[in-house]
Write a protein of this length. Structure first.
Length: 164
């Protein structure tokens, strides 16, 4: 009887010593993309010397005669382009007796290399150039000069921001 009891205990301990386990799996992913960059490579937004008149007028730099920006990144990936109008000011006159600080509005016109207009906030896909994606943007624009605009050197910073 003792032997029978020992066999039962051994049998139960064998049954209960087996571990119960479950498993599950999931996939892991990583999408490696080419980093995004933008550089100002060619041209300028310099309106040169302008003779003041007693009437309001505008000066224009056509985009493809202006400043070239080159965007590089992942081929085929959409890039959102952001830019705004800016104000040029003659802050250099503040230390001279010439007059008051005044401003000139600059309204940019941005086009792609194929001359298609680009709107602020527009998303455009980068074209595969063999190594990476690329997009070329030309920037020109209009400045408006008032009848009694103060003389002086006017300047401001124009910025284009790109993001995936």
């Amino acid at each position: 009887m003792k032997l029978f009891f020992v066999l039962i205990v051994i049998s139960f301990s064998t049954i209960f010593s087996q571990s119960i386990s479950r498993n599950s799996s999931s996939s892991a992913f990583a999408n490696l993309i080419v980093p995004l960059s933008i550089s100002s490579t060619f041209g300028s937004l310099d309106y040169g010397e302008i003779i003041l008149t007693k009437t309001k007028f505008q000066r224009n730099i056509p985009p493809q005669s202006g400043k070239l920006f080159v965007i590089n990144g992942h081929p085929g990936r959409g890039v959102t382009i952001m830019f705004n109008s800016i104000t040029l000011s003659n802050t250099g006159v503040s230390s001279s007796p010439i007059g008051n600080i005044t401003t000139i509005p600059f309204s940019p016109k941005v086009v792609q290399e194929n001359n298609s207009n680009v709107k602020n906030g527009q998303t455009i896909n980068l074209v595969n150039n063999g190594k990476a994606g690329e997009l070329k943007l030309w920037v020109g624009g209009i400045i408006s000069i008032e009848p009694n605009q103060a003389s002086g050197l006017y300047s401001g910073n124009f910025t284009i921001t790109v993001s995936y």
